[in-house]
Write a protein of this length. Structure first.
Length: 471
């Protein structure tokens, strides 16, 4: 979706024309924010952190800069909770997020959803993640590492054929044990294709089984230079290899995943050559002489000692019959069986007692008793409520009947029952004076039962009244 905003200044309105569209700062900032957020997708940005701020709210505010510009960034607390490293000023990072605008101040900013280290920092993070994963799978376990052969018939070297590492290894092997043949598996030790070729060379050496031990080596370098030996494919090839592997990658301070998976880790390629030929040929000749002399002396002493031992055992065999030892061990077994039975009985009794106590506590704390009590209380209150209602109804009934009697005594309806009538005009005006009527006028007379409509034919003179009949 895209849209455009027209910020051109409109001409002054003519008489009777439309009013000009004037923006307020808040409206302009709001529409600018919508334009930025909808017009640009989520982006990856790389740069150096500066002016990092961590207020008490938990949000992160910083600037991401390069050589020519800087970008104000904000990473809110709900996003940075999942970051596994602590960013700091000067750190080179890659961030993912979206462009926005902070309306109250009109500040252009980048809202960060994810942040990760760039360059060597990212490599070290990948190193730690792979190290943790492979350790959890058991690739570094000491119990699976194979011992090196004492005197290998052939040594395999997996390294670059043109590097300094292969020269150092061959020099050490020539000096220490020149009669052992060496087979070199040439591979690149740096670059994007190095790791797959190293893994393939390890599998090839294992499949051909031409060597008794393998040396995996290269010279020193940066973390990027050594990264081929931190790849998972190389680690799994070392783990699956059936031939013991000595890792001699980099200098003594360098440490790779290959070092952790290998059967033996050497600090340098030269040290790896020493590990597979320990001791060297001259040392072996000296040790052989010592062993020959020691063996001659030991054999004489051993034969003499065993002759005495055989005589003592013959005498002991005559004194101690195997049946006695069997009976002693049988008695010990019976005793242990009885102790085991007593211990089991005691444990079962204690558990049974604990269960009984818990059952009693459960019955005592059961809500059923409380429910019964509350139900009884409800029944009592309901009965009291019914009695109170009946009593109040009876009292109100009596008052009603009394009021009805009093009302009937003064009601004009009671008078009508004695033969009287209430005379009104057709407009419902009560007539109390006959002179107020005219001859021929309609009147209504309400009786005790029903109402009559009559016409005035004449007026009789009431006693004490001088008015005569209508004429």
């Amino acid at each position: 979706m895209s849209f455009e905003l027209d910020f051109t200044t409109p001409s002054p309105p003519q008489d009777g024309g439309p009013a000009r569209d004037v923006y307020t700062p808040s409206r302009l900032n709001r529409e600018a924010r919508i334009l930025l957020e909808r017009g640009l997708p989520a982006l990856w940005v790389e740069g150096e952190i500066s002016n990092l701020s961590r207020p008490a709210s938990g949000h992160w505010y910083f600037s991401l800069k390069d050589a020519a510009a800087q970008l104000r960034c904000a990473m809110f607390r709900q996003k940075n909770l999942f970051i596994r490293f602590a960013p700091k000023d000067g750190m080179h990072v890659q961030i993912r997020g979206r462009v926005s605008l902070y309306e109250p101040r009109g500040d252009y900013q980048f809202l960060v959803d994810h942040i990760e280290e760039a360059g060597e920092g990212a490599l070290r993070r990948r190193f730690e993640l792979l190290k943790t994963q492979l350790a959890a799978e058991g690739l570094f376990a000491q119990e699976r590492k194979r011992p090196l052969p004492t005197l290998p018939r052939r040594i395999g070297v997996i390294t670059s054929p043109t590097g300094a590492a292969v020269r150092d290894i061959l020099h050490q092997l020539q000096r220490r044990f020149c009669t052992i043949p060496v087979l070199i598996y040439p591979v690149p030790v740096q670059g994007a294709t190095a790791a797959p070729q190293i893994a393939a060379a390890i599998r090839c050496a294992a499949a051909r089984a031409e060597c008794d031990v393998l040396i995996l080596a290269r010279g020193g370098g940066s973390l990027e230079d050594l990264w081929a030996f931190n790849e998972e494919v190389v680690a799994r090839a070392i783990f699956d290899c059936t031939i013991p592997i000595v890792s001699g990658v980099g200098h003594e301070v360098d440490f790779t995943i290959a070092d952790l998976v290998a059967d033996v880790r050497a600090p340098t390629p030269s040290a790896a050559a020493e590990r597979v030929t320990t001791p060297d040929s001259h040392e072996w000749m000296r040790i052989f002489g010592q062993h020959a002399r020691h063996l001659h002396t030991t054999l004489r002493r051993h034969l003499s000692r065993h002759a005495d031992r055989i005589g003592w055992l013959e005498r002991r065999l005559d004194q101690v019959h195997p049946g006695a030892e069997l009976r002693r061990r049988s008695n010990r077994l019976n005793e242990l069986t009885q102790r085991l039975g007593r211990c089991l009985s005691h444990a079962l009794y204690r558990k049974h007692s604990d269960v009984s106590q818990l059952a009693a506590r459960l019955r005592h704390g059961s809500p059923e008793m409380h429910i019964t009590t509350v139900k009884h209380r409800v029944d009592v209150l309901e009965a009291r409520l019914q009695r109170t209602l009946h009593r109040q109804v009876d009292q109100l009934q009596a008052r009603f009947e009394k009021a009805t009697g009093r009302l009937s005594a003064v009601s004009p309806l009671a008078t009508l029952q004695r033969g009287y009538a209430i005379v009104t005009t057709v407009t419902d005006r009560v007539v109390t004076d006959a002179s107020a009527l005219t001859q021929g006028e309609l009147i209504k007379a309400r009786l005790a039962k029903g109402t009559l409509i009559a016409r005035i034919e004449g007026l009789l003179e009431a006693p004490g009244d001088s008015t005569g009949d209508f004429k």
